[in-house]
Design a protein around this ligand. Structure first.
Ligand code: HEC
Length: 104
């Protein structure tokens, strides 16, 4: 009985772990997607990246922030440019919602 319970706990833990595993296809297809995925999800999930919408300049600042505050290893210039281009192209600033046509 104890053994069955223990196996159950291990299996549940394995299933929970599985759910957290992400693959590059959580990000939109495009040049630099895989590089961005592997560099930017080393410490946190992709959602924290996907939920942002920023200019390229702000993405550059985010990369700097990750390096200065979060101990991310600095990136070689070409890789950094590839990732910044990818982020800016796929997660640009969001447009504001259209004005309410019923507003007085
Ligand atoms: C060395 C670890 C590490 C790497 C690599 C990393 N981050 Fe982070 N990042 C963090 C930590 C730690 C936080 C803040 C804590 C949290 O919420 O998880 C964070 C937070 C963020 C945030 C939330 C906003 C903020 O200012 O806190 C964004 C956006 C972000 N990261 C984007 C990126 C992008 C884009 C990359 C790839 C270029 C990246 N991160 C790579 C560690 C990392």
């Amino acid at each position: 009985m104890f053994v069955l319970a223990a196996v159950g706990i291990v299996l549940t833990a394995a299933a929970a772990q599985e759910a957290l595993v992400e693959t590059p296809d959580v990000l939109p297809a495009g040049l630099g997607r895989d590089e961005t995925f592997y560099v930017c999800t080393a410490c946190h999930g992709s959602a924290i990246v996907r939920q942002q919408g920023m200019t390229r300049e702000s993405w550059e600042q985010t990369i700097d922030l990750m390096i200065q505050r979060q101990q991310m290893a600095p990136l070689e210039a070409p890789l950094r440019a590839l990732i910044a281009d990818y982020l800016a192209a796929n997660f640009p600033p969001r447009r504001r919602a259209p004005a309410n046509p019923f507003a007085p």
